[in-house]
Write a protein that binds this ligand. Structure first.
Ligand code: HEM
Ligand SMILES: *[C@@H]1O[C@H](CO)[C@@H](O)[C@H](O)[C@H]1NC(C)=O
Ligand SMILES: *[C@@H]1O[C@H](CO)[C@@H](O)[C@H](O)[C@H]1NC(C)=O
Ligand SMILES: *[C@@H]1O[C@H](CO)[C@@H](O)[C@H](O)[C@H]1NC(C)=O
Ligand SMILES: *[C@@H]1O[C@H](CO)[C@@H](O)[C@H](O)[C@H]1NC(C)=O
Ligand SMILES: *[C@@H]1O[C@H](CO)[C@@H](O)[C@H](O)[C@H]1NC(C)=O
Ligand SMILES: *[C@@H]1O[C@H](CO)[C@@H](O)[C@H](O)[C@H]1NC(C)=O
Ligand SMILES: CC(=O)N[C@H]1CO[C@H](CO)[C@@H](O)[C@@H]1O
Length: 328
């Protein structure tokens, strides 16, 4: 009788334990199912990222876009199919996403080692972290176990990914919708310390701010604006030229993005919006008063939080065989 009681207790403990791990990410989730998975990713990144270091920024941005639409579920990677659905890849904010081939390269090695085990969502999360580390940026923990979604809609990307024209209210709302607070907003925007933008992402600030041609955004330092107009973005319609978002150190993950913000040299309205609210402005000042190590630690915390947005775990979703298409 007593033995049976213990058995019942143990059984329920086991159920509770399974219930608590189901639905959660874990460190080294693939340790048994694909022990080399994280090493395969890291080796690929270390071998290839130096041929195209700019992909580190691109894939970090890809991870952000993935997480903000239906959670971090790899939906950003899905191709539009003949059924006519426009996927996230085709949405305006994704127009300039590159790096899909890099993700596919990693995924095919993983499929060769452990077919059908490692999700595309985890591949994005791991590659983003490893690529940033390999190019001198912060390390953050990437618990794994994300599963891939089967739905991707361009309209949802447009509704959830903040446009560069966002004001403070827009940003606060779109981040809050994902469970991210103002500190996450300020810290994660610091990713703009690396990478590039197309003129078309901000040329309205230079040429057509009020809707009257020739009008400029008064929140943008006029010397910087003149410089951009003379040397880089020579017309409102330039949609090919790219500009360093953190001029002078766009390859270096450092605090200079925040220094530019205070000089009114944030490139997008969404960057300069961070200085329009006293809470976010003081967060910017705190980051600037702290060390680079402090920024890296804050960035790591917010990235880990971002990487958990609405993840699919357990038996939800699937493990895609090819990242660009749902399994048939
Ligand atoms: C706060 C709202 C945000 C807005 C409005 C925004 C907007 C943009 C835009 C418009 C671009 C340039 C795209 C182009 O013209 O090619 C860009 C680039 C970039 N964004 Fe953001 N972003 C935001 C937040 C983030 C976050 C949270 C991250 C990552 C944690 C991120 C990482 C990047 C990176 C790394 C690039 C450079 C990409 C490259 O060089 O290929 N951004 N962002
Ligand atoms: C295509 O769109 C339909 C209707 O919105 C939706 O039910 C279906 O899941 C979509 N397919 C994909 C792959 O997103
Ligand atoms: C922010 O932008 C939205 C539209 O995108 C607008 O409705 C709102 O009035 C703006 N808020 C402020 C404070 O300017
Ligand atoms: C300038 O901005 C206004 C208002 O946003 C817009 O309607 C107009 O089409 C823009 N002009 C050009 C040439 O893009
Ligand atoms: C980019 O600009 C070129 C030249 O102005 C134009 O022909 C093309 O349609 C533009 N593309 C987009 C996507 O706006
Ligand atoms: C800044 O944003 C916070 C949070 O939304 C809000 O409580 C506060 O009133 C804002 N401050 C200003 C000066 O707009
Ligand atoms: C997805 O689309 C890209 C570009 O349109 C194409 O190169 C690739 O082959 C497609 N992938 C699959 C699996 O259909
Ligand atoms: C709607 C739209 O502009 N889609 C574009 C998305 O990006 C691809 C490739 O970069 C373009 O071919 C599409 O025209």
């Amino acid at each position: 009788m007593r033995g049976f009681g213990y058995f019942v207790v143990m059984f329920f403990c086991l159920l509770v334990f399974m219930g608590s791990t189901e639905g959660q990410l874990q460190m080294d989730f693939y340790s048994r199912s694909c022990p080399n998975a994280e090493k395969i990713v890291q080796d690929y990144v270390n071998r290839h990222i130096h041929n195209a270091p700019s992909l580190a920024a691109t894939i970090l941005r890809m991870h952000f876009h993935d997480c903000f639409v239906r959670g971090c579920d790899g939906s950003v990677l899905l191709n539009t199919t003949s059924s006519g659905n426009q996927t996230e890849k085709l949405a305006t904010p994704n127009l300039t996403l590159r790096g899909f081939g890099f993700i596919d390269g990693v995924k095919s090695l993983l499929e060769a080692a452990c077919p059908g085990v490692v999700s595309c969502a985890d591949v994005i999360a791991l590659v983003a972290r490893d690529a940033i580390v390999a190019t001198g940026g912060p390390f953050w923990k990437v618990p794994t176990g994300r599963r891939d979604g089967t739905i991707s809609r361009s309209s949802e990307a447009s509704n959830n990914i903040p446009p560069p024209t966002s004001n403070f209210t827009n940003l606060r709302t779109l981040f809050a919708n994902q469970g991210l607070d103002l500190k996450d907003l300020v810290v994660l925007s610091g990713a703009h310390t690396i990478g590039v933008a197309h003129c078309s992402s901000f040329s309205n600030r230079l040429y057509n701010f009020t809707g009257v041609l020739g009008s400029q955004d008064p929140a943008l330092d006029s010397e910087y604006a003149d410089n951009l107009k003379a040397r880089k973005c020579r017309s409102l319609n330039d949609n090919t030229t790219i500009v360093e978002m953190d001029p002078g150190s766009f390859r270096t993950f450092d605090l200079s993005y925040y220094r530019h913000l205070l000089k009114r040299r944030g490139l997008f309205q969404s960057d300069s919006a961070l200085t329009t609210n006293s809470t976010t402005l003081s967060l910017v000042n705190q980051l600037l008063q702290g060390s680079l190590e402090n920024f890296f630690a804050e960035f790591a915390d917010s990235m880990e939080k971002m990487g958990r947005i609405n993840v699919k775990t357990g038996t939800v979703g699937e493990i895609r065989k090819q990242c660009a298409v749902v399994n048939s």
